[in-house]
Design a binder for this molecule. Structure first.
Ligand SMILES: [Zn+2]
Ligand SMILES: [Zn+2]
Length: 230
């Protein structure tokens, strides 16, 4: 045990047991969310967009670990505190473990491509908000996902509108709020690239869909959304 562990003992975010940030029992309690098509949110094998729901600038699919409740909700809320960023590592490990176990369609595809055309990117925060908070939790998750999957993390988008946090809005207001909030942040050619777009939670999907739209308008071939909870 090191000094930090003594000063800040690791306590499970779910049941407050000592030892780790996310104990095995609490991990097993996570309710797997049914995988859905990102367009109509009806059940879909592996989270792949239904053929009839496919749009030119829309997502190819959505994969989420579990339902946003209980221990998973608590763990995600803790990500806001930088000193608890180790929780993020646990969450990423658990997500990839479940992903490999259940519906690994996309994971298999990435492996087959040997990561050549895949990059991992995150939904960005507005610089003002990032400065105030100190870091971007989605970027933290994305960097961890990238290293876990052996892919490159890349900044691809910037937030040009300091929008009202989506959580504070009704679902019909969210789409309008996030419209034109992002701009492409890279000068390199993005064609032929497939993107794994990371955010912590999928609620209505407006934010991830808007990011996907901007990426695809700028030449990105395929975009999959990956969130820890839905
Ligand atoms: Zn626990
Ligand atoms: Zn659909």
């Amino acid at each position: 045990m090191n000094l930090l562990d003594l000063l800040f003992p690791k306590i499970c975010v779910g049941c407050k047991k000592y030892g780790g940030y996310f104990c095995r029992e609490c991990v097993e309690e996570i309710k797997q969310s049914e995988l859905v098509c990102p367009f109509c949110e009806r059940a879909s094998l592996g989270g792949v967009v239904h053929a009839v729901c496919k749009r030119k600038y829309g997502l190819e699919g959505l994969w989420s670990l579990g339902i946003y409740e209980g221990s998973l909700r608590t763990a995600i809320q803790k990500l806001k505190y930088k000193w608890l960023s180790e929780v993020a590592k646990d969450l990423v490990d658990i997500t990839v473990e479940y992903w490999a176990k259940n519906s690994p369609i996309l994971l298999d595809k990435i492996k087959k491509d040997q990561g050549r055309f895949w990059i991992v990117t995150a939904v960005p925060l507005h610089p003002k908000r990032q400065n105030w908070r100190g870091f971007n939790q989605s970027e933290l998750l994305a960097r961890l996902f990238a290293s876990k999957l052996g892919l490159n993390y890349q900044v691809t988008l910037k937030r040009i509108k300091n929008t009202t946090p989506q959580m504070k809005l009704l679902s019909h207001e969210r789409k309008q709020n996030i419209k034109n909030a992002f701009e492409i942040a890279v000068s390199t050619q993005l064609s032929d690239v497939s993107v794994l777009l990371i955010d912590d939670v999928w609620t209505t999907g407006s934010t991830l869909k808007e990011c996907c739209y901007v990426l695809k308008r700028n030449g990105v071939g395929k975009v999959w959304a990956l969130t820890v909870a839905r």
